[in-house]
Design a protein. Structure first.
Lengths: 526, 180
């Protein structure tokens, strides 16, 4: 931490309070601080830096993950296999930017116009984004620069590891051409005072070299160094208060000693990921806002998206050792476009993924046992694997609600996460499983294992952006349609999920939002 | 295996000498030696003391662990470690009743007990009949971490664990595949 870290009083009503410090909140907090805006960032988790990260899957999971009680419902398999762990995300300063694999892809133009491109889809609550790719492009430029994305700004691509080389061989043999080691926020060379990737593996457990971008050791300390940012860790936001004019006045939170505090605020920005963010707004219901804050549309918590996902692991005659090197080492993008002739709308990416033995045992076939299961693990050394990530459709009934029958350690209702697969998700997943199988067969696989979705890492859409206040929670700046000094600054503001990993877009939106907030504050309109 | 009997949990098993073990043991199926307060390998290569569970119950759990996640290159010692977490006063009743239920299933199939069934095929058929019970699910779920998170068995799978302490794989074969 810098020497001149700011300390703001609880009664200082001039500060912007940012709830959450991940790719959304952490970046917003720093970008505001760089522009001279005073910020208090509340973070529920603790502070961990590269020297603290643990290259052991379960120990790291215990250190970093958001393990607070949650409940699940719906027909997704996660509700059966991981009933109290719907999401695999991080509770720490820096948030899930510690855990992410680093894939940094821009959305495609048509993905900002899902409703008008795909047309009506039964059961889907599709909507066009209130912004276009062209409007976001300058911020994608800034985000790529900030994150040090490979194959942008003259940064070379990463070298491919064994898992990638198998994917590349199979994908090219299967007729795919958009196959590469991708656009990764992992240094291929020394950059931005961070060293280059040492191909250590364990990208999901926090990069011990700092080669992968994380807000934890970039934006957060840089924001603190301005003297304008105070990060309060172990501070769990419980409620946003408002005045009689319907403007927010501050945030209640439980501090590290378990004491309730109230931080006054000029502006509040919510960035607690797509489960906690709507939970906080719903929990802030009042006489004036009986259905929750910012919820005149009734859309808070709805349209929960988690990407259409799944994995394909394949076993070969000879060793692959997929765990060596970058976890997400390569990508096939030939299926990312929209082509309804495939039997579904939207598209998907295929990205290499590797798990260690402990997580492979937990995630390969949750609930599975017997020799069918163990014979696959016995060939672990000869395994290659890929992860499928595709656009899933917003559905009003896929939603975060407050489960009043289950209380957390503060006595507050836990969030329930309901998700039913849309038929489009199922059709796309089956297509992707088939293509994954084709790729690995072409590379000579002797056995192929379609693997169900893991607990969600991409949680999106539960406070979505909309042009019309009737259709969503926030406008194109992430500003509440109902409460002018309340913003949403994480993936919950996504109108639709697109096929791409969301972090780059979260960062681009956060930079754009910071610019907007600072300008409006300057003008005195906020 | 080491010649000195060792508790997989690292607890003190002095007094459980090889000769002592075998002298005090009674048969429990063909696989394990079971005595007062302990389960041991038939050759006494390892032993595990029991606290809350009957030794026969612990022996059944160890066999059950192997039948659920059979890895032929992993010795019983690791399965014993994996199920030891169930040997607590809190879990004892559920586990004892679960194993008793499993033995009833065995008797319906013409065996004295689950452990008395010598062939894996017969035991797995019994487990298939109880796989939806909370007892089976508790044992299976416990094994996912209890077994596979034991670092000592990772080399059996070729898994190398952390590499940070050796500088990662950048100079050590991250792209060494030579058969593609």
């Amino acid at each position: 931490m810098a020497d001149n870290v700011a300390k703001f009083g609880h009664d200082d009503a001039s500060v912007v309070v940012v709830v959450g410090t991940g790719s959304g909140g952490g970046v917003l907090a720093n970008e505001l601080a760089q522009r001279g805006v005073k910020v208090v960032a509340l973070e529920a988790g603790g502070r961990y830096l590269p020297e603290d990260y643990i290259n052991d899957e379960w120990d790291s999971f215990a250190q970093l993950s958001w393990g607070d009680m949650r409940t699940t419902s719906g027909d997704w398999r996660v509700a059966r296999d991981f009933a109290n762990l719907p999401a695999w995300i991080v509770k720490a300063v820096g948030g899930t930017s510690i855990h992410w694999a680093g894939a940094s892809l821009r959305f495609q133009e048509h993905e900002f116009k899902a409703a008008s491109t795909y047309g009506p889809v039964d059961g889907a609550n599709l909507l066009d984004w209130p912004i276009t790719l062209a409007e976001l492009e300058p911020y994608y430029d800034l985000a790529e620069k900030k994150l040090g994305v490979t194959r942008t700004n003259d940064l070379p691509g990463l070298p491919g590891n064994n898992n990638y080389l198998v994917l590349e061989k199979g994908a090219k043999a299967a007729g795919y051409s958009k196959v590469s080691t991708g656009h990764m926020a992992i240094n291929s060379v020394e950059n931005d005072d961070r060293m280059a990737c040492q191909q250590t593996g364990f990208c999901f457990q926090g990069c011990k070299w700092g080669a992968k971008w994380s807000a934890a050791y970039t934006d957060i300390p840089r924001g603190e160094a301005t003297g304008n940012l105070e990060v309060r860790d172990h501070s769990h936001a419980t409620r946003i208060e408002h005045d009689q004019d319907g403007k927010v006045t501050g945030v209640r939170y439980i501090d590290r000693d378990g004491t309730e505090q109230f931080q006054r605020a000029r502006i509040v920005a919510v960035a607690g990921n797509s489960i906690e963010s709507p939970r906080l707004l719903l929990a802030s219901a009042s006489e004036r806002f009986p259905d929750g804050l910012a919820n005149s549309s009734g859309q808070v918590g709805r349209n929960y998206m988690r990407h259409m996902t799944g994995s394909v692991y394949a076993i070969f005659e000879r060793p692959v050792r997929m765990w060596r090197g970058t976890t997400m080492a390569g990508i096939v993008q030939d299926e990312a476009h929209h082509d309804p002739a495939r039997g579904f709308v939207g598209g998907y990416e295929l990205e290499t993924l590797a798990l260690g033995i402990p997580f492979m045992a937990a995630f390969m076939d949750p609930g599975g046992w017997g020799r069918e299961f163990t014979s696959a693990l016995d060939s672990y050394e000869n395994m290659a694997g890929l992860w499928i990530v595709g656009e899933d459709l917003p559905q009003e009934t896929n939603r975060i609600t407050l489960n009043r029958g289950q209380k957390d350690r503060f006595g507050l209702p836990v969030p329930n996460v309901h998700y039913d697969d849309h038929p489009n998700d199922i059709a796309m997943r089956n297509h992707a499983y088939g293509m994954g199988e084709r790729i690995y067969r072409a590379a000579g696989a002797t056995r192929i294992l379609p693997t169900p979705p893991y607990p969600s890492t991409h949680n999106l859409g539960t406070n979505r952006m909309s042009e019309n206040p009737r259709d969503g929670v926030v406008n194109k700046w992430g500003q509440s349609h109902d409460v002018p000094n309340l913003f949403v600054s994480d993936g919950s503001a996504f109108t639709t999920s697109a096929a791409e990993n969301p972090t780059l877009t979260i960062v681009a939106l956060a930079i754009r939002q910071a610019e907007h907030i600072a300008a409006e504050m300057e003008k005195g309109t906020l | 295996m080491t010649a000195t009997p060792k508790s997989p949990s690292g607890s003190d098993v002095r007094g459980l000498t090889r000769r002592g073990l075998l002298a005090r043991a009674i048969a429990a199926g063909a696989t394990f030696a079971v005595g007062s307060g302990f389960v041991a390998a038939r050759d006494a290569a390892w032993a595990v003391e029991t606290a809350a569970l009957k030794p026969e119950t612990m022996a059944a759990l160890i066999q059950m662990a192997r039948d659920i996640y059979p890895h032929d290159r992993i010795t019983d010692r690791f399965y014993a470690v994996a199920v030891k977490a169930h040997d607590t006063p809190e879990q004892a009743q559920m586990i004892e009743e679960g194993v008793a239920g499993l033995n009833l299933v065995a008797q319906a199939q013409g065996f004295d007990t689950y452990l008395a069934a010598g062939w894996e095929k017969d035991r797995v058929a019994m487990l298939r009949l109880i796989e939806h019970t909370p007892f089976f699910q508790a044992v299976r779920a416990g094994l996912v971490t209890g077994l596979y998170n034991q670092k000592e068995i990772w080399p059996v799978f070729g898994y190398e664990g952390e590499s940070f302490s050796q500088g990662g794989y950048i100079e050590r074969g991250f792209n060494d595949i030579d058969w593609l």
